[in-house]
Design a protein around this ligand. Structure first.
Ligand code: FCB
Length: 426
């Protein structure tokens, strides 16, 4: 069955940050620091999904979707990031899973969508190798509770974005500015992924994926400098995260002059390259790259021009999704497992969101045009308008409008369009 779903993430929708024994996450800390998030917004209340989840589940099935990708908040399950499970935290997801199964919606939990327990960050976060092992322990606790009903699991969401924005540039939690020295964050997340895959399988998980943020990289020109810059960027954004899990190797990163890979120990790549049942791909837009960049970087972002843009300013390039899917097949061949588009969507204001209909329709058509790729699912980001990280509540990605004063949910035109489209398929 092709999965037609929608995706959310715990910190972006749940709120109730002090309830059910939840511990603090790095996003609680970060969002409460002045100047970190636009207008000082926090996820303290968000969409109040922790209390309103039955209404949200009804919205999912009401759209005719058959799958729901949500994330489990690690600090609800282990308030300090390790030790025994907090049963109240697991109970929340247990009820959610039951409700989804009851109405025939496939639950697809993601175990890490960036809300690391603060206690682990205090010990170095993902710069600390131990975090990988703690992540696998946490995965085991969640799977032991849910794997009797949950078959499909995602370990990490977008380790590239978490490394780059969170640890490299400091624009996301935990707000560290390590620049290229953040590289161990990639490796430790990937190691955590590999260890978690083993733990999930031991608990009975059938279909295990990782979700990577992928972008087609367009060289700004045919000059050798721009071609080399594009290859370097592709290595950092795409291949650093896809190659180890699919091929068991790291790509050539020599353009970055990173000499010390001492954090990669014997056996790590074998652990990371656990056989996967699918690759989750989040696609938003292509990237146009020229060389070189500032501060010793081998590239700079030359900007994609000549396309419409979303309210976020992101270029709308539907065919980029076809290009991406076909390039994954060209790069990985038989090593590419089935692909799930685990996020695709756009930020626009308003309830009569005709632009979102155009966006989604264009991307779904582009996905269907992709040749030679076994695509098994498509998830719209997002069900609800929500806490969009450093942008706070300013970017609205939902199929459903949320009034953050009253928490009233109003399905947008795109919700009704999606329902109609899915109705014609069945
Ligand atoms: C992705 C994130 C998701 C959301 C969308 C817009 O990078 O995974 O949480 O913020 O972007």
């Amino acid at each position: 069955m092709f999965l037609w779903g929608t995706a959310t993430a715990s910190y972006q929708i749940e709120g109730a940050v002090h309830e059910g024994g939840r511990g603090p996450s790095i996003w609680d800390t970060f969002s409460h620091e002045p100047g970190r998030v636009r207008d000082g917004h926090t996820g303290d209340v968000a969409c109040d999904h922790y209390h309103r989840w039955p209404e949200d589940v009804a919205l999912i099935s009401g759209a005719g979707l058959n799958a729901y990708r949500f994330s489990v908040a690690w600090p609800r399950v282990q308030p300090s990031g390790r030790g025994p499970a907090n049963q109240a935290g697991l109970d929340f997801y247990d009820r959610l899973v039951d409700a989804l199964c009851d109405i025939g919606v496939v639950p697809v939990p993601t175990l890490f969508h960036w809300d690391l327990p603060q206690a682990l960050e205090d010990e170095g976060g993902w710069m600390n190798r131990d975090t990988a092992a703690y992540f696998a322990d946490y995965a085991a606790l969640v799977a032991e509770r849910l794997a009797d009903r949950v078959g499909t699991w995602i370990t990490l969401n977008e380790p590239f974005v978490h490394m780059t924005f969170g640890y490299g540039l400091g624009v996301h939690a935990p707000g560290r500015t390590l620049f290229l020295d953040a590289l161990p964050v990639a490796h430790h997340q990937l190691l955590g992924h590999g260890l978690a895959v083993r733990a999930l399988r031991a608990a009975g998980a059938r279909t295990v994926l990782i979700t990577n943020n992928c972008t087609p990289v367009w060289p700004a020109s045919d000059s050798p400098e721009d071609l080399a810059a594009a290859a370097a960027y592709d290595a950092l954004h795409n291949r650093l995260f896809n190659d180890p899990v699919l091929l068991g190797t790291y790509p050539d990163m020599s353009a970055y002059g990173l000499e010390d890979w001492g954090f990669v120990r014997d056996g790590d790549l074998e652990t990371i390259a656990q056989p996967l049942d699918g690759l989750g791909v989040n696609y938003y837009n292509p990237t146009r790259i020229a060389g070189p960049g500032a501060g010793g970087l081998p590239f700079h972002d030359a900007g994609v021009t000549g396309y419409p843009t979303t309210a976020f300013g992101w270029p709308v390039v539907p065919d980029g999704l076809r290009e991406l899917l076909e390039s994954l097949k060209a790069t990985y061949g038989t090593a590419l497992p089935p692909v799930y588009v685990t996020e695709n969507g756009c930020s626009y204001d308003g309830i009569d969101d005709q632009e979102r209909i155009t966006y989604l329709n264009g991307h779904i058509e582009a996905m269907r045009r992709a040749r030679g790729v076994d695509v098994r699912g498509y998830f719209v980001w997002s069900l609800l308008d929500n806490f969009e990280w450093a942008e706070g509540y300013h970017q609205r990605f939902g199929l459903v409008h949320v009034d953050f004063e009253t928490q009233e949910r109003t399905p947008k035109a795109s919700y009704h369009w999606l329902k109609g489209m899915l109705g014609q398929l069945s």
